[in-house]
Write a protein that binds this ligand. Structure first.
Ligand SMILES: Cc1cc2nc3c(=O)[nH]c(=O)nc-3n(C[C@H](O)[C@H](O)[C@H](O)COP(=O)(O)OP(=O)(O)OC[C@H]3O[C@@H](n4cnc5c(N)ncnc54)[C@H](O)[C@@H]3O)c2cc1C
Length: 468
């Protein structure tokens, strides 16, 4: 039952974080309005507001469990629609050009294209009787109370203004008892705070110059036979990475990644040539004769960004920020959607006592959630010599241990399993340092050879030519 204070919540942004916020807010607020400038309902393709969603998106184990909890039967719905799923430990993961030992982890990975996953959960939220999606409405700003101590509404521009049909008088105010900003990394909250006389949050940035270029292919008989996904993970010795796998009954996704300005080309020949330079031949061989479903598309991700809202001394009441608007991680670690899901659960916990959630408490909890994935992402990035940032003793020791652990995972399925649980945000990184695990890691580390060579380098060394 809603209190007088919990009549209407307005969520800014109808992407992953916004949908999840709406899902939990609907349990406590009489009405939930979700505003987005795009048409979103029934849309299962990447849209103008979320161009990054055409690229490979994997959902970590923790995120999968949360989504299944919030949307029971989701996995079955997706697999029933022909979306492949498999055990996370049985995908073909390559670290430093070596395949890690497959392991049965019991952790399910459902390989739905991101826009489809988003639409499946949005459709479930849209049918909740107290949730309304306000589509094709641009968000202009927040409305403060006269003393500026709390947020009481949102200014939006309706579709005719967005279409250029004149903005005069087109602006509308949506009154709100709670506003949640989930407008992604371009969030205007720092600017709005400043306009209202608050400080902007401090911002941490790690420049990585990352590019994704993606193409989808129609499957042909025998393509990726018995293989769900092939993932050569970018590393300092092999900085070109890829995510290649089935994402539907007859569709394969290939996202190529390059760090520090190394952009995989968008012309078809250049794209294939780049795929050929991956450490292993399997992906190039799978796609070289496959039929592309669209021309390669590229997305640039200059830097990971973390906004430290938890450190602000003053923040308006009845206002929260979630998802990429708070922290956007290097996407190759696949953490963003899971962190948004964990934040939604933290919001739900703060709504339970009744009454509006305290921004201070929410941001403190969100910071705790973000700490580990941020350390993982930044620590991994700092392993690349070209990435600028402080390489503290903790970072250097962490990376030295991780290199040994990753090699051990190529020899020992138990190490793979532990690694997958930590990467999946189920277990804390300390789980990898427990005495039994450390003993396994060091047993293999004694004989650890240098990083594996790519297939092209091996071919050249053997005088075999380039296998073109
Ligand atoms: C290339 C790439 C690959 C990724 N891969 C993975 C992965 O494998 N796994 C993973 O978990 N995460 C991945 N991520 C991260 C993931 O995409 C994000 O964490 C996730 O989309 C966060 O969602 P969000 O709802 O916070 O923001 P967004 O998805 O950015 O959504 C913001 C929404 O706000 C709307 N909006 C913005 N401004 C306005 C405005 N002024 N008016 C109206 N509407 C507005 C937009 O239309 C959009 O719908 C990847 C990211 C990138 C860039």
């Amino acid at each position: 039952m809603s209190s007088q204070e919990q009549r209407r919540a307005v969520v800014l942004g109808a992407s992953m974080a916004g949908i999840l916020a709406a899902r939990v807010l609907a349990e406590s607020y009489a009405e939930v309005l979700v505003v987005d400038r795009d048409k979103v309902l029934g849309v299962s393709e990447a849209r103008p507001g979320t161009p990054h969603t055409v690229h490979a998106h994997a959902l970590h184990a923790r995120g999968h469990l949360i989504l299944e909890d919030l949307f029971p039967g989701l996995t079955e719905e997706l697999t029933g629609a022909g979306i492949p799923s498999c055990d996370l430990g049985e995908m073909h993961w390559y670290l430093n050009a070596r395949r890690i030992r497959p392991a049965r982890t019991g952790l399910v990975s459902v390989m739905a294209p991101r826009p489809l996953l988003e639409e499946c959960i949005r459709a479930r939220v849209a049918v909740l009787p107290n949730v309304t999606f306000l589509e094709r409405h641009g968000i202009l700003g927040v409305v403060p109370s006269p003393d500026r101590g709390r947020i009481v509404g949102v200014r939006v521009e309706p579709p005719d203004a967005l279409d250029g049909g004149g903005t005069d008088g087109g602006e509308q105010v949506l009154e709100a008892d709670l506003v949640v900003d989930t407008t992604g990394r371009g969030s205007r909250t720092p600017v709005w705070l400043e306009e209202l006389g608050y400080r902007r949050p401090a911002e941490e940035r790690v420049k990585i110059g990352l590019f994704y270029t993606t193409q989808h292919y129609k499957t042909y008989p025998g393509m990726l036979e018995g293989v769900s996904s092939i993932i050569p993970v970018a590393s300092p010795d092999h900085p070109r990475g890829a995510f290649c796998g089935r994402i539907g009954p007859d569709r394969v996704n290939l996202s190529l990644t390059g760090m520090l300005g190394d952009r995989p080309p968008t012309d078809p020949e250049g794209f294939l040539d780049y795929a050929r330079t991956l450490p292993i031949p399997d992906i190039y061989e799978a796609v070289r004769d496959a039929e592309p479903l669209f021309a390669p598309v590229s997305f640039g991700f200059p830097a990971s960004v973390r906004r430290r809202y938890e450190k602000l001394g003053r923040f308006p009441d009845r206002y929260l920020v979630m998802g990429d608007a708070v922290c956007s991680f290097n996407p190759i670690y696949g953490q963003g959607m899971t962190v948004a899901a964990m934040e939604a659960m933290a919001l739900r916990d703060r709504l339970r006592p009744g009454g509006p959630p305290s921004p201070r408490e929410f941001f403190a909890e969100a910071a705790r959630i973000i700490d580990t994935p941020w350390q993982v992402s930044v620590g991994g990035d700092l392993d690349f010599p070209g990435v600028e940032g402080p390489r503290t003793m903790k970072v250097r020791m962490g990376n030295a241990y991780l290199a040994r652990l990753q090699y051990a995972a190529t020899r020992d399925a138990k190490v793979t399993e532990a690694f997958m649980r930590v990467a999946g945000l189920l277990d804390p990184p300390e789980a990898l340092m427990r005495p039994r695990m450390a003993a396994r890691v060091f047993r293999h580390a004694v004989r650890r050879p240098p990083a594996g060579r790519s297939w092209l380098e091996q071919g050249r060394a053997a005088g075999v030519g380039d296998h073109a």
